[in-house]
Design a protein around this ligand. Sequence first.
Ligand code: NAP
Length: 227
Amino acid sequence: MTTFLITGANRGIGLALTAALIARGDRVIATVRDPFKVPGLLRTAPRDQMVLLGLDVRDGRAVSRAAATLDEPVDVLINNAGIFGPERQTALDMDFEGFAETLAVNTLAPLRVAQAFLPHLKQSRVPRILTISSQMGALSGSASGSAAYRASKAGVNKLMQCLATELKPAGIPVVVAHPGWVQTDMGGAGADITPDASAVGLLALADKLTLADTGQFFRWDGSVHPW
Ligand code: NAP
């Protein structure tokens, strides 16, 4: 049984990842903002397969508290929680408060969560960190619009690349992945793929991660994404 810690496990891609892991017999430490308002699966999953942790990823104290209450190894951390950001977010018309919140959730929080749960990852025989990023953060493309979101994902890509370098001596692979354009609240009903299809691909990627992959940017289907 492999133990995955997934942020934002209550809906969208996080919920699909959780459902797939429960179905195949793995253990999920599911972090949600409100543990009293979660979908049935998170309440009815077998007890030995599910731990619910309440935390808002923007809240450093809540993240540290949650890490302090968890007394077990974590094999795979999946930083999934994310937001699209404010309505006004072009390079010429920016809601800067909304931009700051987008950075707090999408950029700073994955690093904060990784640092907080590093002791748990170090207890695993095969620790791995996968952060859900987006192709919209790739610096190799020049598309505009949604600038806060794009910058937040470009930022987390760089942070995770730094973390990969720093954790290489400890033998912990760190990667980022574009999950596809996915039919969730964020992606919308007209998106390309279902959350289940994205989850299957992301888990196949997480399952096979080794130090040879560290510091790379992948797509959900396992192919390498240009930075
Ligand atoms: P979603 O359906 O909107 O779900 C977002 C999840 O993040 C929810 O569980 C939400 O919890 C959680 N979250 C947001 N802010 C949080 C906070 N401050 N603290 C804790 N949890 C928080 O989005 P999704 O499509 O599943 O996206 C998941 C990840 O994939 C995100 O990182 C997103 O940027 C990335 N992504 C998605 C697509 C796509 O097409 N859908 C494409 C590229 C990348 P609440 O229910 O409490 O809000």
